[in-house]
Design a binder for this molecule. Structure first.
Ligand code: COA
Ligand code: AMP
Length: 637
């Protein structure tokens, strides 16, 4: 028996031109495409070649032009600034964006130019992103929790004409001054931007002229509003850097046309969100969830999006999410499971929920990491609404697998994000034979090419790296770098990463990147970083240091120094707080560090002595070092 999901899934694979061509009709194009799926450059596929549109027009102006200008586009809700709330109608947001596009244009920013946006969760972050889209400029948002060095790496790779930032961010009750971070990054970077535009926040006054920076408000007051510039569907809308397998981040490129089509389609079909619905993604604009589901998709669909500058707990309490839902009549909430684990820890019986009118609330979507069954169970019981785990990546821009709530609601199976979304030909392959495995067998999750619209066409200035990282290993497929398994009913479960990426509080981090920082410490000869299981954040990094011969400094002091070093070089978001000094690292005879085995020991899981291990006694040393910092057998004892 087929349902709307089965029909859509089959059609998207059998007739991608028909399926996505129809979805594209929901947008306003200034020139219709020549081809829906362009396979002339396979295995690099492009969508809607020949077409022209403007993403900002489709997010804002079209709603105004269609008579919906008075509808609320964006609500800013900021418990960290004493409960500030600000609403923008579609008309107001369009005007603000047009004005800021005028500011950027006056500074010489135009089509194809890059603009780095390093901002906290304030509406101006969305205004800057949409202003770039309006001009056909390419934005690259950098998460505020990254330190100067990470920002500098991105400045050098994207070579922005302008940087847009703010005087500070606010973490719960701490004001984080951005100027030292920003200036530090610009000093470190080889590329220098022509212009830096700063949003002055009342919480942190800065003499911008002394830096040679422009003040957002002053420039906006004299700017002429700028109209939308049509761009090719295949032109980049943004670059979003994400952790790769080394310290060098990957610049994921998103195009304009495919992105707008897939995201708009997803709003109804995946999330069951209609124009006018209040849709809240409690994430940060620095992550892909923020790009897709705080800014672009809700606005493409004519929904109201929430910009929340706060945390699930501590701003002021574990009822914060319920307060926002009640205040703004949120229908759909999207966040990471870690946020729910934080709430559950503080309010296990859901007492705070009783204080709020949750009648508007219909669905909770979770992503960023696997939704662990206890969290799913707690959320379902406490909230009494469907709780939908869905799986995706920065590279894809939208869900690869989900219970598609606008198509057909499948029964939820704990631990599984249900089935591949229409357009995604997901296969679990044997890592050696590259053949699909049977249901129940674990393997490498790959997507048979072509991938649907919105998935990355390449990495910024790095076509070769794109092919090497994603396409070469399994010819004809995109390698997700996740391992997983299909069950007999076609439900997929995501089990682990196959590379060195770890997931800390829903944030994607590279242990390789952290190892590069540890290795730079003058006393460290060799090192390894692994992700260990953590009840709240899912995973936490732990470092192992082998010191250079002759080092006499206290081990605790070195540990403290490397912790500070990671914070300075990568940023607080790495949550790197634990390291231990060991005499040696366990390796295979060919010299590969046995990180997987170390992780199993740390998590107190069963492990087998690797046949290729160089010296089994080293694992005893690792076990003992882990025990000293509270991991391994001592943990659950
Ligand atoms: N700017 C500057 N610093 C930031 C930051 C930002 N935007 N976001 C986080 N940080 C800092 C935190 O203050 C913390 O610093 P500390 O070591 O001095 O305490 C550090 O980075 C680690 O942050 P995080 O891992 O987020 O931990 P937390 O204790 O602040 O909060 C949660 C824990 C679970 C409440 C939080 O991670 C959360 O709300 N997650 C929700 C989901 C989410 O955003 N997922 C993203 C993808 S969907
Ligand atoms: P990011 O690019 O930051 O969105 O991180 C993507 C990675 O997070 C994926 O490759 C997975 O490893 C993990 N991930 C995201 N969502 C899920 C999910 N629902 N279940 C399991 N893992 C997930």
């Amino acid at each position: 028996m087929t349902n709307a999901y089965d029909a859509a899934y089959a059609r998207a694979l059998d007739d991608p031109d028909g399926f996505w061509g129809e979805a594209a009709e929901a947008l306003v194009w200034t020139r219709k495409w020549d081809k829906v799926l362009d396979d002339s450059g396979a295995p690099i596929y492009r969508w809607f070649t020949g077409g022209e549109l403007n993403t900002c027009y489709n997010c804002l102006d079209r709603h105004v032009d269609e008579g919906n200008g008075a509808r609320t586009a964006l609500i800013y809700d900021s418990p960290v600034t004493g409960g500030t709330q600000r609403k923008y109608s579609y008309l107001q947001l369009r005007d603000e964006v047009a004005k800021f596009a005028g500011v950027l244009a006056a500074q010489g920013v135009g089509k194809g130019d890059r603009v780095i946006i390093y901002m906290p969760m304030v509406p101006e972050a969305a205004i800057a992103m949409l202003a770039c889209a309006r001009l056909g400029a390419i934005h690259s948002v950098v998460f505020g929790g990254f330190a100067s060095n990470e920002l500098a790496v991105r400045i050098d790779d994207a070579a922005p004409k302008a940087i847009v930032s703010a005087t500070c961010g606010i973490e719960v009750n701490r004001v984080l001054e951005y100027m030292p971070l920003l200036q530090g990054a610009i000093d470190l970077a080889k590329h220098k931007p022509d212009t830096v535009i700063i949003l002055s926040r009342p919480e942190c006054a800065v003499d911008l002229a002394s830096y040679g920076y422009l003040d957002w408000a002053t420039e906006a007051a004299k700017a002429a509003p700028h109209d939308c510039v049509p761009v090719a569907a295949t032109d980049p809308l943004y670059i979003l850097y994400t952790s790769g397998t080394t310290g060098e981040p990957k610049g994921v490129v998103r195009d304009n046309g495919g992105h707008a089509v897939a995201l708009k389609w997803s709003m109804k079909n995946v999330y069951d969100a209609d124009p006018g619905d209040v849709y809240w993604a409690a994430s940060d604009v620095g992550w892909v969830v923020g790009h897709s589901y705080i800014v672009y998709a809700p606005l493409l669909q004519g929904c109201t999006t929430i910009f929340y500058e706060g945390k699930p707990v501590g701003t002021p309490d574990a009822g914060a999410f319920w307060r926002v839902i009640a205040d703004h009549k949120v229908k759909i909430l999207f966040t990471a499971p870690t946020a729910f684990r934080a709430i559950k820890k503080e309010d296990p019986n859901g007492e705070f929920l009783k204080k709020y009118d949750m009648s508007s609330f219909k669905m909770l979507f979770l992503a960023g990491e696997r939704t662990d069954p206890p969290t799913l169970d707690w959320a379902e019981k406490t909230l009494g609404v469907p709780v939908i785990d869905h799986w995706w990546q920065t590279e894809t821009g939208w869900a690869i697998a989900s219970n598609c709530m606008g198509l057909h609601r499948f029964p939820v199976k704990a631990g599984s994000p249900t089935k591949p979304c229409p357009g995604w030909n997901v296969q679990v392959l044997n890592e050696e034979t590259h053949e699909p495995v049977k249901p129940g067998e674990i393997g490498a999750i790959c997507v048979k090419l072509p991938m649907p619209p919105s998935s990355l066409p390449t990495l910024w200035n790095a076509d070769k790296r794109f092919r090497e990282a994603y396409l070469n290993e399994y010819p004809g497929y995109y390698k997700t770098a996740d391992a997983g398994v299909f069950d007999e009913d076609g439900y997929i479960s995501i089990m682990a990463r196959t590379d060195d990426i770890i997931n800390v509080a829903g944030h994607r981090l590279s242990t390789g990147g952290m190892e590069e920082v540890l290795a730079a410490h003058p006393d460290v000869a060799e090192c390894a970083v692994i992700g260990v299981a953590d009840e709240l954040k899912g995973q936490l990094p732990v470092g192992f240091l082998v010191l250079k011969a002759g080092v006499t400094k206290d081990a605790a002091e070195i540990v403290n120094e490397v912790v500070q070093l990671v914070r300075q070089r990568i940023g607080p978001v790495a949550a790197f707080k634990q390291a231990t000094v060991v005499p040696r690292l366990p390796k295979t005879r060919s010299g590969k560090i046995l990180r997987g085995t170390m992780q199993k020991i740390a998590d107190n899981e069963q492990w087998k002595m690797p046949a290729t291990i160089d010296d089994p006694a080293i694992l005893d040393e690792i076990t003992s070092a882990l025990k000293d910092i509270g991991y391994g057998a001592s943990r659950k004892a």
